[in-house]
Design a binder for this molecule. Structure first.
Ligand code: ADP
Ligand code: MG
Length: 344
């Protein structure tokens, strides 16, 4: 987690540089959704800001316990019911995450698939410290052949019906996005006009930091430093999926947590994907889907998901980016090869 501290420092320094004439800043950190959350508000009364952040914290802790893929809680109960198939009553958190996932599953041609919990568990990612050995090929194939998908679940009010016993829900690919969206909504409702909500480097910001925009850093996937700086324009989310987030090594091979639903294995060839979008949920799912997508299909998937600004770093360190992303980045890494990729 050393890099996390580094990123906070980077964000903090960038933030400080932008506020030399000192807006009223309130900043709080806490743990939720498997990461360090930092909420910073600017220009609001301290009392009002603290109360708003307290509500954000409560909401994110609630989301955390409701959507946790392996700790006992609402989603764990849903997954037990799913394994038995048939009809049951689902909790509001699961219903919200499922409803948010459906259009993203379709727009990504199934590359973002929140029904692959069984596969993540088989790969050893459903525990605090991911660990091998990797699953047998037969285990992977048995799951893939059943084609688990959110389309196997029918929802009628709070009743859910499942027809596929291989479906296990895992919202790890969009939970942080939902979290920052909830947070931004809550802050705005409480009269906060300027804030940044940072969930371990994935973030959404709105308003300004004093009289300047918010600035953030994008982490170098292979190194301790910052790959690029980025100035937030209005209300935006910036999300990154990286192979360095959760992984383990087994017999000298590195296995990370971003699984390609077609092969059932960790996606190859990419080290990180960063996207910008107005909304955190879409940005989060898109970063995951575009990480998994092949080199010749990601521009089409990005377009289908409504994402214009994409940065994809391949395993040779080449930065592939759309023109909309190139326009926004302030590259900090000398000598990096960059390629501009147009969307269809
Ligand atoms: P993080 O920022 O926490 O690393 P990501 O947004 O990159 O998270 O999503 C990774 C998580 O998403 C995995 O830990 C797993 O729970 C889930 N996941 C992995 N592969 C997929 C996939 N193809 N579609 C949807 N969710 C996935
Ligand atoms: Mg994601």
């Amino acid at each position: 987690m050393r890099w996390l501290a580094g990123l906070f420092l980077t964000l903090t320094l960038l933030g400080l540089a932008a506020c030399s004439d000192g807006p009223t800043v309130e900043r709080q950190r806490f743990l939720a959704l498997g990461t360090h959350i930092e909420v910073q508000t600017a220009g609001a009364e301290a009392e009002q800001a603290r109360e708003a952040i307290r509500l954000v914290r409560e909401d994110l802790e609630y989301l955390h316990s409701g959507l946790h893929p392996w700790e006992p809680g609402a989603l764990a109960r849903v997954n037990q019911m799913l394994a038995a198939t048939g009809e049951f009553t689902a909790d509001p958190g699961t219903l919200e995450a499922l409803a948010a996932s459906r259009p993203l599953y379709r727009a990504s041609d199934g590359l973002f698939n929140p029904a692959l919990g069984k596969l993540s568990a088989a790969w050893g990612f459903h525990q605090d410290a991911p660990a091998g050995p990797p699953p047998e090929e037969a285990t992977i194939q048995a799951i893939l052949e059943a084609e688990p998908s959110p389309e196997d679940l029918e929802v009628d009010g709070v009743r859910m019906t499942n027809t596929n016993p291989e479906v296990q829900l895992d919202f790890g690919g969009l939970a942080k996005g939902m979290g920052v969206d909830h947070a931004v909504e809550l802050l705005r409702e409480r009269g906060i006009d300027h804030a940044i909500v940072n969930a371990g480097g994935d973030l959404r910001a709105f308003g300004e930091h004093g009289d300047r925009p918010w600035r953030v850093g994008i982490r170098d996937p292979r190194g301790e430093g910052v790959l690029a700086g980025l100035t937030i324009d209005g209300d935006e989310a910036v999300f990154t999926s990286g192979d360095y987030e959760r992984y383990y090594e087994h017999d000298g091979t590195r296995y990370h947590h971003l699984l390609d639903p077609r092969t059932g294995r960790p996606a190859r060839g990419v080290t990180s994907v960063t996207v910008i979008h107005e909304e955190g949920t879409t940005a989060d799912a898109a970063a995951t889907a575009l990480f998994v997508a092949d080199e010749d299909e990601w521009p089409r998937i990005a377009k289908q998901m409504g994402i214009e600004a994409v940065l994809r770093v391949d395993d040779e360190g080449v930065l592939h980016m759309t023109p909309a992303m190139a326009e926004r980045l302030d590259l900090q890494k000398d000598g990096a090869t960059t390629r501009i990729v147009e969307l269809p």
